[in-house]
Write a protein that binds this ligand. Sequence first.
Ligand code: FES
Length: 172
Amino acid sequence: MEKTNKFKYLTDELIQKINYYLNKFPKKEQVIIPSLHEILYVYRDIPFEAIEELSEYLDIPLARIEDVVTFYDMFRHRKNAKNHIRICRNLPCHLGKYRNLLKQIEKLTGAEVDGHSADGLWYIELVECIGSCAIAPAFLINDDLYDGSKIKSEEDLKKILEKYISENSGEL
Ligand code: FES
């Protein structure tokens, strides 16, 4: 279906959903979070340009929307890395030695916490509980959940990471 609006990231479907929230909620500000969820659902990320477009469409200052994005872990920018690794740092995962896991992941990907790897493949972030304390230390790669306690060696971790490496980018 041909796009009828002027935005690049806000597709017609997204605009439809945002309009739905605009009709549903009495205040425009209340539309920010559900709209960001919709954007996240489509792009698996919150592209900065999408925030700019949302700001324009809702006529809400960009800084206000940026505040919401940076306040909630789930909305943080992925800085254009292809794969977003989120490692839980709360108590059960702390006891499960998430730091050891983090060190290994940093070593193998070349990325550091809150940063991306030079090849743009990885972005690492420490997050609050992701609701999977039974498999501490828990971590996510994009939307896939992993049980860090099952990773017994660097080889185990390598095998997992290799699944996410695009064909052209070589080996770890
Ligand atoms: S504390 Fe880490 S998943 Fe809950």
